[in-house]
Design a protein around this ligand. Structure first.
Ligand code: GLU
Length: 376
């Protein structure tokens, strides 16, 4: 099998509202949820890492609050989400608890993926949860996200999460079973596209037709998610989720669309650091650190001899040799102020100097790119 869930290492799974919640009654489909969780527990027990991005808070909350069928006002949606989210998280906790899997609720806003400091904090929390063998269950923080600062759809939120944690696979489970050449309900000759490697204008146009369910933002937000995923080196699959054991089913059926990137998540991230980020400061390093970087190691504070510029944790930095040659770029783990305090020091002294332990590396090797010609 060329692409499969069973071969994935770090999987982000987006669950659409319509799969999880009966819209009329606002009840959770427990039989379906249990079968999904059984699949997740299976992969989890094979040491695959899983993050769930689940919709459904508003659908559950609006019925509970007996809000009628009119289009909800923003504040009604927020109230519904506040009530629904607690029930949603509880349902996941209960279902995963049967397999002794711990669950964490993480609510994100658009700003958490746009602002670098918040991005890094969210990323670090998610990484820590995964290391602690917890399954994060994520939703948008609907109660504080007002119209202008909302994702509004969990397809793109899930893709941002996949990008944040360098996931290798993003699964979009919904009522859409894949990308068709045209709307299959209108065009009997429409065919399913099994694999997409590039989002060409033709592919974008295929998702653009505006039939009710198929096109009401459904395919459009999925292609927007695909764009984020492909640029992050993450594979993405769109598959129908309405069946029991929807995850295992993906590897068993032909009806699905895989979006396949040309890069690995690590290389995508390095390209982004090298090409898209303007350095906010410079760090000059000694010969020992230079040799270590060329061998693919991280930058440690002992090798730093000068720091210039005003920057924050997570900012892009240019790395120079003693003779002022730029040799690398990277994302720094410290602000300029703190980096200056710990330069030339060993990491076991950081806690005393800074008042918090901090990371051993000033720039981790995964966040560091050697410029052309610098690799040994
Ligand atoms: N965050 C919304 C909810 O949980 C759902 C957004 C979406 O369906 O994509 O109700």
């Amino acid at each position: 099998m060329r692409h499969s869930i069973s071969q994935s290492k770090r999987i982000v799974i987006k669950i659409g509202s319509s799969l999880l919640v009966d819209d009329n009654a606002g009840m959770i489909h427990h039989a379906w949820l249990n079968s999904l969780i059984e699949d997740i527990a299976f992969y989890f027990n094979q040491n695959q890492e899983v993050i769930i991005v689940s919709s459904g808070a508003i659908a559950i909350g609006r019925r509970h609050l007996k809000l009628k069928d009119h289009a909800l006002l923003l504040e009604e949606k927020q109230a519904a989400a506040a009530v629904g989210q607690i029930k949603l998280a509880h349902a996941y906790q209960e279902a995963l608890g049967k397999y002794d899997i711990s669950v964490a609720q993480v609510l994100l806003t658009l700003e958490d993926s746009e602002n670098r400091e918040r991005y890094l904090n969210a990323k670090n929390t998610l990484e820590t949860l995964l290391n602690l063998k917890v399954v994060p269950v994520i939703n948008e923080n609907d109660t504080v996200a007002t119209a202008e600062i909302r994702y509004g759809d969990n397809d793109r939120l899930a893709a941002r999460v996949a990008q944040m944690v360098s996931a290798d696979t993003l699964v979009l489970l919904s009522d859409i079973e894949g990308l068709y050449t045209a709307d299959p309900r209108k065009e009997p000759k429409a065919t399913l596209i099994p694999e997409v490697t590039q989002l060409t204008p033709e592919i974008i146009a295929m998702g653009g037709h505006s039939a009710t369910q198929y096109g009401s933002g459904g395919m459009i937000t999925k292609l927007a998610a695909a764009k984020i995923a492909l640029e992050s080196g993450c594979k993405m699959v769109i598959a129908a989720g309405k069946y029991l054991h929807p995850l295992k089913r993906i590897d068993q059926v032909k009806t699905k669309t895989w979006f396949v990137p040309q890069l690995t998540p690590k290389n995508a991230r390095k390209n982004w650091i090298a090409q898209h980020l303007k350095p906010k400061g410079t760090i000059t390093i000694d010969q020992g650190a230079y040799t270590a970087l060329k061998e693919g190691k991280s930058l440690l504070s002992v090798g730093v001899i000068q720091i210039q510029g005003e920057f924050h944790q997570g900012d892009p930095i240019s790395i120079l040799t003693e003779d002022h040659k730029e040799i690398a770029k990277g994302l720094i783990n410290y602000s300029a102020q703190d980096a200056k305090k710990i330069m030339r020091k060993k990491s076991n002294e950081f806690a005393n100097i800074l008042g918090y332990p901090g990371s051993d590396e000033i720039i981790h090797r995964d966040d560091l790119v050697l410029l052309a010609g610098e690799k040994t």
